[in-house]
Design a binder for this molecule. Structure first.
Ligand code: BGP
Length: 466
């Protein structure tokens, strides 16, 4: 730390960086380099579901541009960077040996990151189920849980001598909600019981990978990345409080409790039983889950959840959905990201960190995603570079709340913005851009945005002034 302390000074070893993922950046999707995932499959079936019909092949092609991109990570001040390994690339059939060409690619990336002084954080699954595994039923089939655990073991074996920070899943609830409840991911099922089974099996897969990791004796730590959405009740009326508690149980604690306590909340189990939605378990599951407590929790935070009690009666003959238990509401005067349609509530990050401190034994954690998506961002282009002051404000305001949580004892170890370079984003494709670096998709030209320069300064100084 220099003599000149910043107004918001973070610890010297704080992690500054960004997060990204294989399916959103690598490209070189098919044609022998990688087998199809659910995304390739769904895009081929229904291109109209994707913004401007832009599919998962149209990326920043990290597979070819990795060296240039790592140089840009360096330029934008990163001391750490998260990406994921593509299961469908490393083990094209989902089970069996690693493809040497794919292993060589990930080895090069890891080695180059380390050579540039950037700590690699490696995630094993970012919504990209190999189609070979989905054809077996995806997470509904326990054979896929075993196959995933084997894939994880292959990764630890191949890369564990250099990777010190592993994650089993990114936002495991999103494929559950998207694929099995609200129809925004493949396989477009709407069925709570199946969703609950997928969620449960995902946590068994997580715990199996953790078990392999600990058995392997590799050094380092293993965690999971959860998108946490603090649930704020509309009022202190008991009915609103109960609604917020239900939303919290279903959307936060369903993953947070097994990850940090090694078991599900009794209240959640009772709730699912009451509505006949409890997934089937097998002997040995509880023991497996209890071994899955993480060393490190990644927290993705974008927006809070505003909740009130249900106003209208539900039809008891309709299939059970979470909305039986609560309604959302729009808080008057809330601050919005006008482009992405998400509320901006910076204090939410502090509430998450202090909740973890007070109710979960203050775990080692870090902010693994936080960022601002902007539609049609090219209109903020000035002299060839995007002047994204709104993004700088967004990051700064969130970091100020992180700083306060740290001062009050949180063990938050770092902050990763979503994301490094504008990337392909699921059904939204390039509708909202999030990067510190702007991507011209046609020419593949990269240009650092104003936020990238701001971030580099903050990272190098380990802080910033107001
Ligand atoms: C998170 C995902 C990322 C990224 C981000 C932005 O949920 O982990 O992969 O997509 O959200 O969301 P979106 O692109 O939908 O605006």
């Amino acid at each position: 730390m220099g003599d000149n302390l910043m107004q918001y000074q973070f610890p010297d070893d704080f992690w500054w960086g960004s997060a990204s993922s294989a399916p959103q950046t690598e490209g070189e999707s098919l044609g022998g380099a990688k087998s199809p995932t659910v995304w390739d499959h769904w895009f081929a079936l229904q291109p109209g579901r994707f913004f401007q019909q832009v599919g998962p092949q149209d990326t920043s092609t990290f597979y070819r541009h990795w060296r240039e991109d790592i140089a840009l990570l360096k330029q934008t001040g990163h001391n750490s960077f998260r990406t994921s390994i593509s299961w469908a690339r490393l083990i094209p059939d989902g089970r069996g040996d690693a493809n040497p060409q794919a292993a060589a690619f990930y080895n090069q990336v890891i080695d180059e990151l380390l050579a540039q002084g950037i700590t690699p954080f490696i995630n094993l699954f970012h919504f990209d189920m190999p189609m070979a595994m989905q054809a077996l039923g995806g997470w509904e089939n326990r054979q896929v849980v075993d196959a995933y655990a084997d894939y994880a073991a292959v990764c630890f074996e191949l890369f564990g001598d250099r990777v010190r920070h592993w994650f089993t899943f990114n936002e495991p609830i999103v494929p559950v909600e998207g694929g099995y409840l609200y129809d925004f991911h493949y396989p477009n099922v709407v069925d709570f019981k199946r969703a609950a089974t997928v969620a449960y099996h995902t946590m068994l897969a997580h715990a199996s990978a953790v078990r392999h990791f600990r058995k392997s004796g590799q050094g380092g730590e293993i965690g999971i990345i959860l998108n946490l959405t603090p649930s704020y009740p509309r009022s202190q009326h008991p009915a609103d409080l109960a609604a917020a508690n239900h939303a919290d149980l279903l959307f936060n604690r369903s993953f947070l409790d097994p990850a940090l306590r090694g078991h599900y909340p009794e209240e959640l189990i009772a709730l699912l039983k009451r509505y006949g939605q409890l997934p089937a378990s097998q002997p040995g599951d509880d023991e497996l889950l209890s071994g899955g407590i993480v060393d490190l929790l990644g927290i993705n935070y974008y927006q809070p959840r505003r909740v009130q009690c249900r106003i209208n009666q539900v039809n008891p003959d309709s299939p059970f959905m979470p909305e039986w238990l609560f309604d959302h509401y729009q808080m008057p005067g809330r601050k919005m990201n006008p482009w992405r349609g998400w509320e901006i509530y910076e204090r939410g990050v502090y509430d998450i960190l202090t909740n973890l401190r007070d109710n979960y034994h203050n775990p080692r954690c870090y902010i693994s995603e936080n960022g601002m998506g902007v539609e049609d961002e090219l209109r903020f282009l000035r002299n060839g570079s995007i002047e994204d002051d709104y993004r700088i404000d967004f990051v700064r305001e969130h970091l100020i709340w992180v700083h306060r949580a740290l001062a009050e004892g949180s063990r938050c170890l770092g902050y990763h913005i979503w994301t490094f370079i504008d990337n392909w984003s699921w059904t939204n494709a390039y509708k909202n851009r999030y990067g510190l670096v702007q991507l011209d998709l046609a020419t593949q030209r990269r240009t650092v945005k104003k936020s990238g320069r701001w971030f580099a300064d903050a990272a190098r100084n380990h802080g910033f002034d107001e």
